[in-house]
Ligand binder design. Structure first.
Ligand code: SF4
Ligand code: SF4
Length: 126
């Protein structure tokens, strides 16, 4: 799998369970997190990208580019493929899908990611 993601609001490609790489809808057309199966049951592995699930977090990761070495450790550890990468360089956080778990900030060796309060969806601040 290549560390490449489409930008926010763009047509994307992503894994969709057993269907392989498929073109996914614009995030504004995705089902909301409230539309996920009851009990959070995963009926298809790797399907988080098919939902607009970023709205349920209580904390958000803040990226500090001046400290970032683009080592991609956060990309490897993020369980929701929410680290945006282009040309092997860290670009920011996909807040449409970031759940605010804090794993990226915990694993970042240079403290280029910190967790801050305020989890609501922000379209203007990455
Ligand atoms: S783990 Fe930290 S230094 Fe490495 S790419 Fe992510 S934010 Fe940058
Ligand atoms: S807080 Fe969790 S879901 Fe969000 S980018 Fe970091 S590792 Fe991924």
């Amino acid at each position: 799998m290549s560390p490449e993601r489409g930008g926010r609001g763009e047509e994307r490609t992503g894994r969709a369970g057993s269907q392989g790489m498929v073109a996914l809808k614009k995030v504004t057309e995705l089902p909301r997190w409230q539309d996920t199966p009851p009990g959070g049951i995963l009926v298809d592995a790797g399907n988080a990208v098919e939902y607009h699930t970023g709205a349920w977090r209580t904390k958000r990761p803040i990226w500090h580019p001046d400290r970032c070495t683009s080592c991609m450790i956060c990309w490897m550890f993020c369980p929701d493929m929410a680290i945006e990468v282009k040309n092997r360089k860290m670009q920011g956080i996909d807040r449409d899908h970031c759940k605010g778990c804090g794993i990226c900030a915990n694993e970042c060796p240079t403290e280029a990611l910190t967790m801050e309060p305020g989890g609501q969806y922000e379209s203007a601040h990455r």
